[in-house]
Design a protein around this ligand. Structure first.
Ligand code: 3H9
Length: 697
């Protein structure tokens, strides 16, 4: 019998039914003690003639959420999950998995190895391993297709999505959906199984259902497009292909071999790093975990412009009654119409029902005054990006709101301390920096001032999660973290054009690296007028070379506003596909000549290094200044905000993979080539490189 190191599984006898209860908070992951405890429970069940059926149940908020990710960096320890699963599968008496919460990864694999599965109506099911750069390693790819068919199983395995209980029931994954007391109902179900002859049903005995021969090729193409550069989704198709023509045991062995190989891969390490970093980011540096967020039941948004509308949609979607404050009835009417239009788009795409739209719209109210804000708990200010305008709004809010109301600004670069100075309770002031389109983008940079109260920081973090964002706390710094780093990449992209690169070369290199879109195609999407306005706003703080690098202004002046005018860095036809334009090359040649730059052939390596290392160097300065608390926060910001490919772990993780000594050497090289003011290595990089350490130690 296996040794149980700590008690995370106990058994209860209910007549002829033995119930094994797993209690391993927070998510009942299959840690060593759970595997050992469950194996003990099965062995005891097998020995005990009085027990005719067994139920596996979990305490707490969820059924098993998978293998214990924290154990992946250590060698596998017996009993391995595969050993336990084989034992469940081989059991001569029926076992019922009683599922609530989320049955994920190894958790679902435990369920699949049981004879029966019953689930609460709110339960969810998935094999999310692919999101961690892995694939199921304990029978998921060999059992799920046998149970629900190859096509559905392939979708779940290669995309990692979840399905609910009703769908699971329809597809044959679940035998019964329960809406009452899971434990009582699961025991009753087990008694019924006993009464009907205690039949054992093994998924491993089922044949693989026939499937469309073209499915695998179609799926490969679809996945390659959707998960650019990711290896696990493609390997999922390989495994399913092999599974369909290989005996069960052999296919299961191959699955385990592949899973172990993927655990050791760089892509999986990067994705596991991000999983942990995202959770770490929710823990606010310097704020104890027991600080309670304030209640947020009713909110207001000041400013019915594009950002204000997007923010209002997020709040309405989360069920929060929201008041939109605007200067005129006309601007508010326009905002209401735009919000409704967004929702109608959702209805057309089938992601919302008309009733859901009406219930969301019914939570929206508008006002042009500040008199009726008595019940509001939190206000998000999203007016024009001008300190004086914002201060005037803050003064009005200060007069109207009670002393506990949180005032969050959506500024993207103004000084949060100056805004805090303009109200009587500066401890209530913070930033909530959304990214456009606010209702779509996952990243939320929450900003703390030196005086923001800890419970205000906890509140904006929990509100961020509640509205479906990935909130990361940042400190005072111009452009905060995401935009500050982006501005360095944009600068280098512009300088590279002056040196001789073309927009398409730069875009190709960066999208080849894994960004969803290159910087110039992105600028064409945003609009050259917008880019020129942003440049004008920063002009006084630019270096002389940046000031004179006015390619954006020249394009805007030529009416090349990007996609909306049919031409920008590229030409656009009806299909909106960017086509290189000789006129842009001519404009660049003239610019170079006027500026005294001679054209040279810029290598792809130089493009990649200058764009990425300029960002990494800036990130190191941000860390030194304390504007980000941890390198992981920066990785979370860039993978959720500006499309850094998740399988490369974020800029800080990637820097460590390359090695800081190598990065420092390149920064020195570009200091000499481009200028010290752009590439002088940050003190942190100098120090870590000298010690041959990385950002993560
Ligand atoms: C697998 O199963 C491989 C097998 O096929 C084969 C093996 C051979 N392990 O997300 P939350 C922690 S691969 C360890 O904030 P929520 C998490 O770090 C696995 N810890 O809560 C956090 O800790 P802390 C396949 C885990 O309610 C705490 O739980 N399974 C694990 O928003 C709360 O997490 C997955 O990929 C784990 N597996 O969401 C599932 N999972 O408090 C990954 C969570 O210290 N998990 N923790 O920061 C999830 O998707 C979500 O955590 C879940 C709960 C939906 C379960």
């Amino acid at each position: 019998m296996s040794q149980v190191s700590e008690q995370t599984v106990h058994v209860e006898r209910h007549g002829a039914v033995l119930v094994a209860v797993i209690d391993n908070p927070p998510v009942n992951a299959l840690s060593h003690s759970v595997r050992a405890g469950l194996l003990d429970a099965v062995e005891r069940f097998e020995r005990d003639d009085a027990s005719k059926a067994m139920v596996i149940l979990c305490a707490g908020r969820t059924f098993i959420a998978g293998a214990d990710i924290r154990e992946f960096n250590k060698p596998p320890q017996e009993p391995r999950l595969g050993t336990l699963i084989d034992r469940l599968d081989a059991c001569a008496k029926p076992i019922v998995a009683a599922i609530h919460g989320t049955a994920l990864g190894g958790g679902l694999e435990v369920g699949l190895a049981c004879s029966y599965r019953v689930a609460l109506d709110s339960a969810r099911f998935g094999l999310p391993e692919v999101k961690l750069g892995l694939l199921p390693g304990s029978g998921g790819t060999v059992r799920l297709p046998r149970l629900i068919g190859v096509e559905h199983a392939l979708t779940m395995i290669s995309e990692g999505g979840q399905i609910g209980s009703q769908e699971a029931r329809e597809k044959g994954l679940v035998d019964t959906v329960i809406s009452g007391d899971l434990k009582a109902e699961a025991i009753a179900f087990a008694r019924k199984v006993i009464a009907e002859g205690a039949r054992v049903r093994r998924t491993s005995d089922l044949p693989v259902p026939p499937f469309d021969a073209g499915l695998l090729a179609t799926k490969r193409t679809e996945l390659a497009k959707r998960y650019k550069g990711r290896q696990a989704p493609q390997i999922a198709v390989d495994l399913i292909e092999k599974m369909a023509s290989t005996p069960f045991r052999e296919a299961a062995q191959e699955e385990y071999r592949v899973c172990r190989e993927l655990i050791g891969s760089n892509q999986s390490k990067a994705l596991r790093h991000l999983f942990a970093a995202e959770r770490e980011a929710a823990k606010i540096d310097g704020v104890p975990a027991d600080v309670k967020p304030r209640d947020v039941n009713k909110v207001a948004v000041v400013g019915p412009g594009v950002m204000g509308r997007g923010i209002a949609i997020c709040l309405l979607n989360a069920g929060l009654p929201t008041t939109l404050i605007g200067r005129t009835e006309e601007s508010l009417a326009k905002a209401i119409a735009a919000i409704r239009k967004t929702y109608e788009g959702n209805v057309k795409r089938g992601t919302l029902t008309p009733d859901e739209v009406e219930s969301r719209m019914s939570r929206l109210s508008t006002t042009t005054g500040y008199d009726d804000l008595r019940d509001i708990d939190l206000v998000i200010e999203a007016v024009t990006e001008d300190l004086e305008v914002k201060k005037a709004v803050f003064a009005k809010l200060d007069a109207a709101l009670n002393e506990r109301v949180i005032i969050a600004t959506n500024t993207s670069f103004l000084d949060i301390e100056a805004l805090a100075d303009s109200v009587s309770n500066p401890e209530n002031v913070a930033g909530m920096h959304f990214f456009n389109p606010a209702n779509i983008m996952k990243l939320l940079e929450n900003v703390r001032s030196s005086r923001t109260a800890p419970d205000v920081l906890a509140t904006i973090t929990s509100l961020g999660k509640r509205i479906g964002k990935v909130p990361v706390m940042v400190g005072r710094s111009e452009g905060f973290v995401a935009n500050r780093m982006l501005s360095k990449r944009s600068r280098e992209a512009q300088f590279l054009l002056e040196d001789g690169a073309t927009p398409q070369q730069v875009d190709k290199v960066l999208s080849g690296f894994g960004f969803p879109i290159g910087p110039f195609a992105l600028a064409d999407l945003a609009g050259m007028d917008v880019m020129a306005a942003a440049r004008a706003a920063r002009f006084a703080r630019m270096t002389p070379r940046e000031q004179q690098c006015d390619i954006v202004d020249k394009l805007a002046a030529a009416g090349r506003l990007g996609q909306k005018s049919g031409a920008g860095y590229y030409l656009y036809g009806d299909d909106r596909k960017p086509q290189p334009d000789p006129a842009v090359n001519e404009l660049l040649a003239q610019h170079r000549q006027a500026r005294g730059f001679s054209h040279r052939d810029v290598t792809d390596q130089e493009i990649l290094e200058r764009c990425l290392y300029a960002m990494i160097n800036e990130a190191a300065k941000i860390l030194e200044e304390g504007a980000a608390a941890r390198p992981g926060d920066i990785d979370v910001i860039w993978t959720n905000g500006f499309g850094w490919p998740p399988h490369l772990g974020g800029p800080m993780f990637h820097a460590d993979q390359i090695g800081l000594p190598r990065i420092k050497e390149a920064l020195d090289r570009y200091s000499a080539l481009v200028g010290e003011e752009y590439f002088k290595p940050a003190g942190l990089i100098e120090r870590l490189a000298a010690e041959d350490r990385g950002f993560y130690g």
